[in-house]
Design a protein around this ligand. Structure first.
Ligand code: GLY
Ligand code: MN
Ligand code: MN
Length: 423
């Protein structure tokens, strides 16, 4: 509210339940922006922020109390609960929004909302504005400017507070321990989904039911499918397995990938590719500090991977030419990472004034180089085919440099082999 000009209003809608089939709905997860501003985790709610409003700056519309609905679907805070437990200045049942909102928006010059994110909300806002405009003769004053809320809100979410970082450190540590546990229990013949269950069991036993995104557990060739989530194949002796999984803890994501040999020992080819990806990852993490532009980190990963692929004979030619033409894209087809926070691919611009933005303290990002040599890739010797490796950690930018939030999942070949031998 402090960032808005006088006489502004913010409107933000909660997530809605999504039907799956007949009486079944998808698990509810609150919209991150809504949760960030309210901490309120029920569907069908609308937040209004009215800076300077003497009758209350923070107003919630929510599902009303309803004994029958609460028998079927569970507790609702209701308007009284919104005031009592969520510190709203005022709250009404969502059914009454049409009659209330016109008076609340009357006289507000600018209305900030997430334009274009939800067609139903967009059209509701249009209809409220029509009522206000049509009421002009009877003295109602409609907002004259509709403003995009996204830049203000998402810039706030990009910079994590001390409290947010406490949660993200815990999410990172728990997820790292879950990856270590998967290394300990992995055996040839296990199914990918059984290894997935090791991870989610670890999260649940630590008090967290949700993952931040569907876990990827890909053995052998499946590691080369970037968003593989079938996770239904047996893990084979001699293959690598790639696990990309992270907990969602109190609405904050961890996002870790580790790749390790199913039988506990890397083959020479697996080790060569693995150690190259690790070298790129370590170089990129070490380069993280305030002032470094985001694309510099990505470019560094391309340089290290290209040089290594040339040394292994997987690429042929002149190093500088290969870097310039992006020759490694056949094997490294994504970028170095993304912002991390309440969403796994978190909000926040990656460019500022058309340039890649520099890193700043309080940002959290992933560093996740990978190499994926397709099983049918004719450009490389057969011994390399079907090897897929990604190594992903979560990195907080600090005033001095960086802090890795996910460091306790082993990354070196020696550490992984030692841990798996224990298992
Ligand atoms: N887990 C999704 C990603 O690594 O971006
Ligand atoms: Mn990931
Ligand atoms: Mn990621």
């Amino acid at each position: 509210m402090a960032q808005l000009p006088a006489e502004s209003a913010i409107l933000l809608a909660a997530a809605r339940m999504q039907p799956r089939n007949s009486d079944v709905e998808y698990p509810f997860r609150q919209n991150s922006d809504f949760y960030y501003l309210t901490g309120f985790d029920e569907p069908d709610a609308i937040l209004l922020l009215l800076p300077g409003n003497e009758e209350g700056e923070y107003v919630l519309f929510c599902q009303d109390k309803d004994p029958l609905m609460e028998i079927w679907h569970g507790y609702r805070a209701g308007p009284d609960g919104c005031v009592r437990d969520y510190e709203a200045d005022g709250a009404w049942p969502i059914e009454r929004i049409d009659e209330q909102i016109v008076g609340l928006l009357d006289g507000r010059q600018r209305l900030y909302y997430l334009m274009g994110q939800d067609a139903e909300v967009d059209s509701q806002i249009q209809s409220w504005l029509n009522v206000l405009r049509q009421g002009g003769r009877s003295g109602l004053e409609s907002p004259t400017a509709l403003m995009q809320l996204e830049p203000i809100l998402h810039e706030m979410r990009l910079f994590k507070s001390a409290q947010e970082l406490t949660v993200m450190r815990e999410a990172g540590e728990l997820s790292a321990q879950a990856h270590a546990e998967a290394m300990r229990v992995c055996q040839p013949g296990m199914y990918e989904y059984q290894l997935e269950a090791t991870i989610t069991h670890k999260f649940a036993m630590a008090g967290h039911r949700q993952c931040a995104y569907p876990s990827i557990v890909g053995g052998g060739d499946n590691a080369c499918v970037l968003h593989y989530t079938e996770n239904n194949q047996p893990l084979k002796d001699g293959d690598l397995v790639l696990i990309d999984a992270g907990v969602e803890q109190d609405y904050y994501a961890a996002d870790i990938t580790r790749t390790f040999p199913v039988n506990g020992r890397f083959s020479p080819e697996q080790k060569a590719i693995y150690e190259l990806v690790l070298k790129a990852q370590q170089a990129c993490i070490d380069a993280c500090k305030p002032g470094v532009p985001l694309n510099r980190i990505h470019d560094l990963s391309v340089e290290v991977l290209t040089e290594g692929l040339l040394e292994l004979g997987i690429l042929r030619g002149e190093l500088q030419d290969l870097i310039e033409v992006g020759a490694c894209r056949d094997f490294y087809m994504h970028r170095i990472g993304h912002w991390l926070g309440m969403d796994v691919h978190d909000v926040g611009n990656t460019r500022k004034n058309s340039d890649w933005r520099p890193l700043e303290p309080g940002m959290v990002m992933t560093i996740e180089p990978g190499l994926y040599i397709a099983p049918d890739c004719r450009k490389v010797e057969e011994r390399w085919r079907g090897i897929g490796v990604r190594i992903e950690d979560n990195v907080l930018i600090t005033p001095e440099g960086y802090e890795v939030l996910t460091a306790s999942a082993p990354t070196t070949v020696a550490d992984i082999e030692a841990l798996m031998a224990e298992g």
